[in-house]
Design a protein around this ligand. Sequence first.
Ligand code: ATP
Ligand code: PRP
Ligand code: NIO
Ligand code: MG
Length: 493
Amino acid sequence: MKITKDLYQGSLALLTDFYQLTMAYAYWKSGKAEQEAIFNLFFRKNPFQSGFTIAAGLEYVIDFCNNFTFNKGDLDYLSEMKNSDGTVVFESDFIEYLREMRFTCDLEAVEEGTVIFPHTPLIKVKGPLIQCQLLETALLNITNFQTLIATKAARVALAAKGDSVLEFGLRRAQGIDGALAASRASFIGGCSATSNVMAGKLFGIPVSGTHAHSWIMSFDTELEAFKAYADAFPDKCIFLVDTYDTINGIRNAIEVGKILREKGKEMLGVRIDSGDLAYFSNIAREMLDEAGFEEAKVVASNDLDEHIITSLKIQDASVSIWGVGTKLVTAYDQPALGAVYKLAAIKNETGDWEPKVKVSQQSIKINVPGEHQVSRFLKNGRAVADMIFLPEYRKGKISATIIDPIDPTKRKRISFEDFEEVSLLKPIFKKGKQVYNCPEINVIKQKTQDNLLHFDKTHKRLTNPHVYPVGLEENLYQIRTDLVFKMKNYDKE
Ligand SMILES: Nc1ncnc2c1ncn2[C@@H]1O[C@H](COP(=O)(O)OP(=O)(O)OP(=O)(O)O)[C@@H](O)[C@H]1O
Ligand SMILES: O=P(O)(O)OC[C@H]1O[C@H](OP(=O)(O)OP(=O)(O)O)[C@H](O)[C@@H]1O
Ligand SMILES: O=C(O)c1cccnc1
Ligand SMILES: [Mg+2]
């Protein structure tokens, strides 16, 4: 197999768990395949103990839905699958059904770069049960990872307090697609550029970088190495100064900076990649200033994350560009976001929608039933609460109480006329036809920044953030509670 040519063969339809296909077959066999259903994709906890999450991955989801067909190779593979007794797993009429199947669902989603919170649907899919089911695994795969990394990047960028953050993660990322998706999501979350050249080409993200220790080590002396680099890139010199002795390295960088200046060029800065980054960055700053290089930047790297950057800021480190790799793109302290995809309603034989809940011992795991919507309420540009509601219970109402889905003692009264109301779920597909234009990646990145400005800094602090209120409108809360009691048969005891 040639990875560059053969891996996906133009189709991602089999990027799913086997049980989705066995359920799809069983839906088809029992005549339920075309029954209308609504599924919601949501998570239950912000990652990294964060007070917020940044939505990302929608452009991939849209592409997946637009190409949601089984090609000949996929169908040949499925038709050759055998049970242990030698019979085929999927009968040929089902294979033909899959061959004809096209994406015909309605899909709504929260736009990429939107600040979101637990229990809010990021994606709502409405359509034939079989299609909704077959989308589950890929939608979760895409959304969980990119949302996780965009959130991590936003935290790193918040810690950097406006300094540039360069994403350097490719070498340690989770494989090829993990790296590409991570570079994209990191840019959305707040990084300024990536070292990943393929991500630059594919997504239009700025690429940038410095040079490695190997460049220095390939010469007899560090000074020769800096001079040769300056000859090759007189406008792009950020010298890595810690290969042998950091202070001597800064001295050599200044010497070459002076040579560049004589030629009318400016050294951009130095990079420090080991040792005490507060101590050495401050020494670098002093030495550079004293030599007349006040504009030269100090870049720091080496296993950085939002917490080390915060600590270095507190220590008054003189760093103004942060290179962040491993801990960002691998989401080191929380390797997965736990978003799930749950059936919220199904249309019965009489054409009525029946809300559905998955009952759990843990109330955090009980989903929100019905075809709900989400509104964010803002006052003077400041977000005060998100409300999950059934539109039929909004009509004619001027206010509502929202109730925390986990702790019903937490409530908030909202008079609608006091607030600007923003609907978070946007129409993306109608009957399988795309009705949404994906914004440019720079626009998405800006959306993250603009959205974060709507939230008080208490929700954005990195540890023990103040919890932003998200609640179920009281009628929806009651419907959910009644449904849980009904499914648990409490009313029969
Ligand atoms: N002043 C500082 N305050 C807090 N953390 C720091 C400070 N300076 C460096 N660090 C962090 O401490 C860790 C140092 O790791 P480690 O000791 O493995 O690296 P090193 O020995 O300095 O460098 P290397 O192993 O790459 O030569 C890194 O995560 C780095 O970002
Ligand atoms: O530390 P990260 O956040 O992952 O950022 C990327 C790292 O990759 C490079 O070196 P590499 O780690 O390959 O080698 P080194 O640690 O020996 O310098 C670079 O010098 C950074 O240290
Ligand atoms: O350009 C850099 O400095 C760079 C790129 C990848 C990893 N570490 C550093
Ligand atoms: Mg390293």
